[in-house]
Design a protein. Structure first.
Length: 296
């Protein structure tokens, strides 16, 4: 790449890392090292209501015990509200964002009345009720107007060609929530640009967010990073392994075993000859580069 590669792992401090989150961390670290780039950690604590005190320090300790140490001090989203407000103000000033008075019940009723009641990944597709004004109701949230945008297409480095019609499949999505907290989509886009992130490597469950983030990047005049979405670790019920799905906290007593297991999910060999975590990581980097066809 022309610019220096800058990647990141961005955990939410809602608890310790588990197997699935280590896979995402390892993939982003390997990709950065394969490109001779820098690897950052961003603590995504913008949703303060879900954060667990001390989880951020525990996550950083778990990463370090597995040999994954960021090249710069971690950044915390909870301290970056001014940047998010500036971005929202810019969108509002250009008529690209608008206030919304709707509750989830309002949205469900509006969809039902139009015969379009359906859920998308558990979320209701916003029908644009407040796009033409609040009609005397108090504003609760702010949304991005997606109606003028064509379907978004992008090339995922692992999944291949991707496309999504955000206006039809998602609707005008939230930028600032009714509880006053910043929405993930806006925060992550602003932070990636501010930190100069060139490549986003994360779990496949987040691929669905990509089109929304590309729309925001374009609306804000920000650079478009490259995207790579990795395979997921599944729980016993076949769903994504998560804290809500019985995921156990990583036991970092045997970090080499953890790296081998995470690497296997990513399609890397066991590397039985590696005697330490650093040995394993050193051997894994060129194998990742070969798998992703990265020129070193």
């Amino acid at each position: 790449m022309g610019a220096e590669y800058r990647g990141r792992f961005a955990p939410s401090p809602t608890g310790p890392l588990h197997t699935g989150s280590l896979v995402a961390a390892l993939a982003s670290w390997l990709d950065a090292r394969a490109h001779q780039g820098r690897w950052l950690v961003r603590i995504e604590d913008v949703d303060t209501q879900r954060c667990v005190p001390g989880a951020d320090h525990l996550i950083l300790e778990q990463l370090a015990q597995c040999g994954l140490v960021p090249d710069e001090p971690p950044v915390y989203q909870s301290k970056r509200g001014d940047l998010y407000q500036q971005a929202l103000d810019s969108l509002i000033a250009r008529g690209l964002a608008y206030p919304c008075a709707c509750t989830r019940l309002d949205i469900a009723r509006a969809l039902a009345a139009s015969g379009q009641a359906r859920e998308r990944h558990g979320e209701l597709v916003y029908p644009g009720t407040c796009r033409g004004g609040l009609h005397g109701r108090p504003a609760r949230a702010w949304r991005l107007d997606t109606q003028a945008h064509a379907p978004v297409s992008w090339q995922d480095r692992l999944l291949g060609p991707q496309s999504q019609d955000v206006a039809h499949e998602v609707g005008d999505f939230v930028l600032k929530r009714a509880d006053g907290l910043w929405a993930y989509q806006l925060a992550v886009v602003v932070d990636d640009a501010a930190q100069g992130i060139t490549d986003i490597v994360r779990g496949e469950d987040l691929a669905d967010n990509t089109a929304r983030q590309i729309l925001l990047e374009r609306a804000l005049g920000l650079p478009l990073p490259r995207y790579l979405h990795t395979p997921l670790v599944l729980g016993a019920n076949g769903e994504k392994l998560s804290k809500q799905n019985g995921a156990q906290a990583l036991d970092t007593g045997e970090p080499l075993t953890l790296l081998r297991q995470a690497g296997a999910v990513l399609g890397l060999p066991w590397l039985a000859s590696a005697a330490t975590t650093q040995d394993w990581l050193q051997q894994a980097v060129p194998l990742w580069a070969e798998r992703l066809k990265i020129k070193r």
